[in-house]
Design a protein around this ligand. Sequence first.
Ligand SMILES: C[S@@+](CC[C@H](N)C(=O)[O-])C[C@H]1O[C@@H](n2cnc3c(N)ncnc32)[C@H](O)[C@@H]1O
Length: 207
Amino acid sequence: MNQWPTQQHALDYLARADRIPHRTEGEAELLRQVPTTVRRILDLGTGDGRLLSLLKIDRPDAKSVALDFSPTMLEAVRDRFAQDATVQVLDHNLDDPLPDLGTFDAIVSSFAIHHVTHERKRSLYQEIFEKLDSGGVFCNLEHVASPTPELHRRFLSIIGYSPETEDPSNQLLDVEAQLQWLRSIGFQQVDCYWKWLEMALLIGIKP
Ligand SMILES: C[S@@+](CC[C@H](N)C(=O)[O-])C[C@H]1O[C@@H](n2cnc3c(N)ncnc32)[C@H](O)[C@@H]1O
């Protein structure tokens, strides 16, 4: 039921992306956790490259790979970085194993990984670990599950949705399970560094 390859779904998101409450707080914390000295960044589910462009403000020389599978998003991110040779745009479906891209000292993602199955989330986290250099950071600003259906309904209502209208592409998972996975894979300093209701910033460092 992943609707992101459809143009309308992608355009609807881009039209409201700036109005998602509190997201800039999560983005600001993510920016604080990625060293300004990073040399290679991978952005999973980059969309129109919003997060990469924020990262590049203080890391203009970092080389980046912006990965997505939506034709609309790929066009938007190619447009955004048309004049920036440091950004490589890659058409790839996160359901499939990550291609050989070399290693990175930061792998980031923003509201994307919750569109793959829980089983794939776990295997993707393992692949991310393998693609990080020692000392590299994984930052996942993510839409996570509420602990109860009532809290889920309240969150949806605050952001202007209902269980009937929420994105059918969502496959939400709670914070605790994901932090536990990151720890068991071998990430260190694993924690939820920021959270507002169903929006959470999950981070781990590769030793
Ligand atoms: C909510 S948008 C977030 C976009 C961007 N990261 C941002 O923060 O604005 C989710 C993004 O994940 C991408 N996505 C969803 N499922 C994907 C998959 N299986 N493979 C690759 N990208 C996917 C969508 O195309 C979309 O660009």
